[in-house]
Design a protein around this ligand. Structure first.
Ligand SMILES: O=C(O)CCC(=O)C(=O)O
Ligand SMILES: [Fe+2]
Length: 291
């Protein structure tokens, strides 16, 4: 087993430097600057709005803490799909998921940014388990959550994320439950038993199990542009459907998106697997969390 896989399985997260090839850093930075500008000026409507911690991001606050759907054809930024399907990232994902490249499923790709004028924060949460879950429900949900990886790759120094190492495997202790039982962000994230703050230097990636206990704080004065994505192992069937599809991925079915992947056979195969999962889902997936 690779050392990153050992650390990821044991701790629920792993730091991986160097996933942005040196020759690609500039084009990614420039693409990020353009999509951030479009989001802040209102030209790009798909954004994470201040005031809403989780999808649907339907608050009307003009300030944003994220740009949604960076591979969307209407943004016209090929650097994002190029990086999402790059050798380094795909190699890390297949190692951590312990799967073949052929079963790697395209999922979410968004950008996390600092709000311009409002500090904001997310409460302690697991992405796909509600805070009201009983210990048994939590155990069951964590038991099936091994078919996807989520990552943050920082373009600028980023200390927004807090996690509780090893909490991807075990239900919350009474103390942890007490700090994660309301929809209100914590006054001080470090009050959570077992919490650590994750600091990424430019170019660093933290890959984490998205059902690890985590929260985040957003300082409007601290520049943030952090690539935030997920990939799945299609062998997990529909286990990831709600978590992924709740973000609204209808646009990924359109020919216009497919055309952006011309000359990218890997990207095409990964998209096929997402669309197959999407097709298999009957009815509304709903939302993982509220608030
Ligand atoms: O801002 C971050 O790094 C974490 C975001 C997050 O936890 C989420 O979107 O569910
Ligand atoms: Fe989260």
């Amino acid at each position: 087993m690779s050392s990153i896989k050992e650390q990821y399985d044991a701790q629920g997260f792993v730091l991986v430097p160097g996933l942005i090839p040196p020759g690609d850093a500039k084009e990614l930075e420039e693409a990020c600057s353009r999509v951030i500008e479009k989001t802040r000026t209102g030209e790009w409507p798909h954004r994470r709005t201040v005031g809403k911690q989780f999808p649907p991001f339907d608050s009307d606050n003009p300030d944003s803490w994220g740009v949604q759907h960076v591979m969307h054809p209407d943004l016209g930024e090929p650097a994002f799909a190029k990086w999402y399907t790059s050798d380094g990232l795909v190699d890390a994902a297949t190692q951590l998921l312990d799967c073949k490249e052929e079963s790697l499923q395209m999922e979410l790709f968004n950008l996390l940014i600092n709000p311009e004028s409002h500090d904001f924060a997310l409460r302690w949460h697991r992405d796909d388990v509600r805070e009201t879950a009983t210990e048994e429900e939590e155990r069951k949900a964590l038991g099936i959550w091994n078919h996807g990886v989520q990552w943050n790759t920082a373009l600028y120094t980023d200390s927004c994320l807090y996690i509780v190492p090893k909490s991807h495997k075990t239900p919350r202790s009474d103390g942890q439950r007490a700090h994660s039982s309301t929809q209100t962000p914590p006054k001080d994230p470090m009050d959570m038993p077992g919490a650590i703050q994750v600091t990424l230097q430019p170019g660093d990636t933290v890959v984490y199990n998205s059902n690890i206990l985590h929260c985040a704080t957003y300082d409007s004065k601290q520049r943030r542009a952090t690539l935030h994505g997920t990939m799945g192992d299609a062998q997990g069937g529909s286990t990831r459907a709600r978590n992924v599809l709740q973000h609204g991925l209808e646009w990924m079915k359109e020919d216009a998106f497919r055309q952006t992947l011309a000359g990218n056979p890997r990207g095409n195969k990964m998209l096929d697997l997402l669309l197959a999962m999407q097709k298999g889902v009957k009815g509304d997936v709903g939302y993982s969390l509220s608030g």
